[in-house]
Design a protein around this ligand. Structure first.
Ligand code: ATP
Ligand code: MG
Length: 326
């Protein structure tokens, strides 16, 4: 495990923070930490990054107890709400970060280090702004620079506290591809985020905090399944050419297990129908598409149910309301 915590607790004079968090983050995964504002996500990652000392509990990061310099050098951390000094340029900021990460000043003046700085700025889309003063940067540019600082020393683990909160849609798309690329290189990514579409697309596993406590954790599909009954993907199909008897014909033609997965969500008297299914994978959804077409229906739309994670998030939060100490 890349991160392992047991009953990790940190409060601020007995209030807020997070309590009793037991969590495992597998190596090479993208792990999303979710939860409403004030849930304790940043408190938790600050402990992992060695910035906050826990009140109680245990944790290892990269196999080392919290706060060890050996582990700190192998992890990259993007804090939430930070600002770099206005008068520095990205190149200077990264040189400084190189030193914070354990390099000697002369090591940050070598051509190899300079090339790494340029490559990292390129990676986050800041190559053009490499020598401009940070003072004139937009929020999104600051955030990209923060990400560059976290990635500079090629960490094995990156801990990102809302990496895309200030980014425009293109920036968010770029960061998603970047995080996937990191995972394909074996880097473990732990991120706090409110962007549920990102979690749905990126994360292998997720955890949900509420009121400082861990409410659920595990593989994403399993979590989504845990409140909707069973694993799989909620899929929907929009069809045309629908007749009142189509439903009986269609389900009659299907093997029982598959027929039981289908629900007719709505149909109107113009021949339009909306069908929802819980499919095991995309291939099964494709099989259903071909079946609809063979039955003479027109397939207007087929895709995963949007915002299933949002619905899950809201259900989790609602189920906890009133039941948590603060
Ligand atoms: N430095 C601090 N002093 C006192 N209380 C704090 C401090 N930092 C956080 N808290 C409290 O601890 C709780 C958790 O805060 P935290 O910042 O960890 O939440 P979060 O889940 O990261 O929220 P957000 O989504 O808004 O970033 C909140 O009630 C907050 O008020
Ligand atoms: Mg936070």
């Amino acid at each position: 495990m890349m991160i392992e915590t047991a009953e990790l607790t940190k409060t601020y004079n007995g209030r807020g923070g997070c309590r009793g968090i037991t969590l495992q983050v597998p190596e090479g995964s993208i792990f999303g930490l979710l939860g409403p504002n004030g849930a304790g996500k940043s408190t938790f990652v600050k402990m992992l990054a060695g910035l906050h000392r826990p009140d109680s509990g245990r944790a290892t990061v990269l196999g080392q107890p919290l706060g060890r310099p050996e582990a700190r050098q192998r992890l990259g951390y993007l804090p939430e709400l930070f600002r770099f000094q206005d008068w520095l340029t990205p190149v200077e900021v990264l040189r400084f970060h190189g030193q914070l990460g354990g390099l000697r000043p002369q090591e940050t003046r070598t051509p190899a280090f300079r090339a790494r700085v340029r490559d990292t700025l390129e990676l986050v889309g800041l190559a053009e702004a490499a020598d401009r003063r940070v003072g004139g940067f937009s929020k999104g540019m600051q955030q990209r620079l923060g990400l560059a600082a976290a990635l500079l020393l090629e960490p094995e683990l990156v801990i990102l506290d809302e990496p895309a909160s200030a980014l425009d849609p293109i920036g968010r798309y770029e960061i998603r591809s970047l995080l996937k690329r990191l995972r394909s290189k074996g880097v473990t990514v732990f991120l706090n985020t409110h962007l549920l579409e990102d979690v749905e697309e990126l994360c292998d596993e997720a955890a949900f905090l509420y009121g400082g406590e861990l409410v659920a954790a595990g593989p994403l599909q399993q979590l989504l399944g845990s409140t909707d009954g069973g694993s799989g993907i909620n899929w929907r199909f929009r069809l045309g050419g629908w007749l009142p008897e189509t439903w009986t014909e269609l389900t009659g033609a299907l093997p029982g297990t598959l027929a039981s997965l289908l629900n007719l969500a709505e149909s109107d008297n113009q021949g339009n129908a909306l069908i929802a299914a819980r499919v095991t994978d995309r291939e099964q959804a494709g099989y259903l598409c071909s079946l609809f077409i063979r039955s003479g229906l027109t397939l207007y739309e087929s895709g995963p149910e949007p915002y299933s994670l949002e619905a899950w998030f809201i259900r989790m939060a609602e189920s906890r309301q009133g039941g948590v100490r603060q």
